[in-house]
Design a protein around this ligand. Structure first.
Ligand code: NIG
Length: 405
């Protein structure tokens, strides 16, 4: 693969520091070289090395691709009527999951893959270069297995969520035995995390613990859907078991904040879901001030959050959850990578580091601050994934001046 020099960068977000506040994370006057899918060089734009091709991004901001660590892309069907009822005043509940389960069971594996790929592509074109997705709309052995296989064809990381709810008509105890037994064994080759919806209408704390411990015994990492609709105990359980992440976190008291702050469990916040379900926004500011680690994700799914836009989530986190722009961008890139346990090596997911994957985006703006300053505007102008450009939205960024095929 030919090397490519990227110049004309008004502001380069590298996430080279250790946390969101590091001054090393954002630099000006820099250029970078991509070679063989990786970042080969980052340095001063006045002293660039030779490369086979050169792309001038014309005074725009460059930052790592988004890392979306919470999506449910493997599904069939539509829940727009439920959304409409919610906007008319009904409260979101776990019950709507059954609608998607029924449609998903009817779909072929190829239909599930095609729909998930459609959303994966939509996300990529908006800057998401690394993505997690889950099973959880099958809830029988056959459909969970098809879902896991479909997810593995679409996502970078796959989570097993057989414990999303007890499906209609199933005996609760028998279903838990299935989730922790034959179903877990069947999906094992395709997944690296296990998750459970610990909430009223889904699973109790004790049931959730049973599910997570079975997953741990099978060698899976742990994630929890917790404290979305009330203080479900999901956050405390995630911390107790050392889960990588507890997701949602809308309803937290001081003990939850303290528990998260003194743990390695990341609180993954889902701003688009909070708005779409009209739940209180997760207390992002309080979490950070308490010393907890956070990530931001879309939670793309047909029920509670039907968006693939990480930029929208970042803007919401800044404008409504009171994060600083650097904090929000960190939580959607490097902080998110840490939440999914892809913390570096040469891959350096969510960061731009020499030797790391050349996964980055160019904004139609000179600074990442425009992500919140110009909310709702589709600012991602171009995306490189593994060193290859996958989007040039409107021709505003010229093709390389030499050598690019
Ligand atoms: O993360 N909260 C549980 N699961 C999904 C939504 C499920 C649905 O309503 O389809 C979520 O919001």
């Amino acid at each position: 693969m030919a090397s490519e020099l990227i110049t004309g960068i008004a502001e380069l977000t590298t996430q080279a520091g250790d946390d969101s506040g590091s001054p090393a994370n954002r630099v000006t006057g820099a250029a970078l070289v991509v070679d063989d899918g990786r970042i080969a060089w980052i340095g001063d734009a006045s002293a660039v090395p030779d490369a086979d091709a050169r792309t001038d991004v014309g005074g725009r901001a460059v930052l790592p691709g988004w890392v979306d660590t919470h999506t449910h892309l493997v599904f069939a069907g539509d829940r727009s009527a439920e959304f409409g009822a919610r906007m008319a005043g009904e409260r979101y509940s776990a019950g709507g999951i059954a609608t998607t389960v029924a449609a998903t069971r009817e779909a072929s594996e190829q239909q599930l893959v095609d729909n998930a790929l459609r959303l994966r592509r939509e996300a990529l074109l908006q800057g998401t270069t690394f993505l997690e997705t889950k099973t959880g709309y099958g809830l029988d052995l056959d459909t969970e297995l098809r879902s896991a296989r479909a997810a593995a064809r679409v996502a970078d990381v796959v989570t097993y969520l057989g414990a999303h709810t007890v499906p209609p008509g199933a005996d609760r105890r028998n279903y838990l035995d299935l989730v922790t037994g034959a179903m877990l064994e069947a999906v094992g080759p395709y997944v690296s995390f296990i998750d459970v919806f610990c909430e009223e209408g889904a699973f109790t704390v004790d049931e959730s613990r049973e599910v997570l411990l079975a997953g741990r015994s099978a060698g899976l990492g742990l994630r929890v859907h917790g404290n979305q609709l009330g203080r479900s105990g999901g956050v405390a359980l995630a911390v107790e078991l050392g889960a990588a992440s507890v997701d949602h976190c809308n309803h937290l008291d001081d003990s939850d904040l303290d528990a998260l702050a003194s743990s390695g469990t990341v609180a993954t916040l889902l701003p688009a879901c909070d708005l779409s379900t009209r739940e209180p926004l997760a207390p992002a500011r309080r979490l950070l001030d308490a010393g907890a680690s956070i990530a931001i994700a879309t939670n793309c799914n047909p029920g509670s959050s039907y968006t693939t836009s990480m930029s929208y989530c970042v803007a919401t986190a800044v404008l409504q959850m009171r994060l600083g722009i650097a904090e929000a961008v960190w939580a959607a890139t490097r902080g998110a990578a840490l939440a999914i346990g892809v913390d570096g090596g040469t891959d350096a997911v969510g960061a731009l580091r020499i030797g790391g994957a050349a996964d980055f985006q160019v904004l139609n703006a000179p600074s990442v601050s425009h992500l919140a300053y110009r909310p709702g505007v589709p600012l991602t102008a171009a995306v490189w994934k593994g060193g290859t450009r996958v989007r040039a939205s409107d021709g505003a960024i010229p093709r390389s001046v030499s050598g690019e095929s």
